[in-house]
Write a protein that binds this ligand. Structure first.
Ligand code: ADP
Length: 228
């Protein structure tokens, strides 16, 4: 089961030091289940803000987001946390792995104190295999390359079988070759597991390989093109 996402008249402002920044200025977008969308645009155009709102990490200043028709604004904090756990996986530019934990422990970390209907260790081993790191489960992050660390982060994002993967500059810290590997893994997960993807990137070559490319500028969507 996966979820469709609808953003309606979404606005987000940040206030600080007497200055108000309008990070998002009326976003209207829908994302179909299983769709692979790239989001591009200059720095400061609102891409990360959009992702954090869709990922329920933050709330809009006005407008709303709904998931299969259910409005985020109608959910209580606990419901939002459960929704995020069940449906959303995040991958960031900085891998954010815990340095003292092995790959396997990092991947299992989101399941800590959660009741799940499967064996946590076996599930973590399965997702590490999906990203080609079954032989690195006992390695610490410091013993892995950047590309491998990002693969652990992807496995961690997928361990609870989300139906959306939100990737914010996931290849931004990697060389071109490692970035390609990460993109290919995400693309394969999209087609094989029907996991929807929102992929924020500066890399127009990678973006052109998504089903759809959204361009943002100054907090607005300037184009939304279906590539294929
Ligand atoms: P992008 O991801 O496209 O680089 P962001 O969504 O990070 O853009 O930022 C959009 C605008 O909002 C920028 O002007 C940025 O400085 C501002 N912004 C983002 N997060 C915050 C915050 N927590 N507090 C204040 N301003 C912020």
């Amino acid at each position: 089961m996966s979820t469709s996402i609808k953003c309606k008249d979404l606005e987000k402002s940040y206030k600080g030091d007497g200055v108000e920044t309008h990070a998002l200025q009326g976003i209207n977008l829908s994302f179909n289940k299983g769709e692979f969308t790239a989001i591009v645009g200059p720095s400061g155009s609102g891409k990360s803000t959009l992702l954090s709102l869709i990922g329920t990490l933050d709330q809009p200043s006005s407008g709303n987001i709904s998931y299969d028709g259910k409005k985020l604004a109608s959910m209580k904090q606990k419901q939002i946390a459960d929704f995020r756990f069940e449906h959303i996986g995040f991958v960031f530019q900085q891998f954010h792995l815990l340095p003292t934990l092995t790959s396997l422990e990092n991947v299992m970390a989101p399941l800590f104190s959660r009741k799940v209907p499967y064996n946590k260790k076996e599930r973590a081993q399965e997702v590490l295999k999906q990203v080609g790191l079954e032989d690195k489960e006992n390695s610490l992050p410091s013993q892995l390359s950047g590309g491998q660390q990002q693969r652990v982060a992807i496995a961690r994002a997928l361990v609870h079988e989300p139906d959306w993967l939100l990737a914010d500059e996931a290849t931004g810290n990697l060389d071109t070759e490692s970035g390609e590997v990460i993109f290919d893994i995400i693309q394969r997960l999209n087609s094989e597991k029907n996991c929807g993807v929102l992929f924020v990137t500066h890399d127009h070559d990678l973006a052109s390989r998504a089903n759809r490319v959204i361009k943002m500028k100054d907090g607005s969507v300037v184009s939304s093109l279906v590539e294929r």
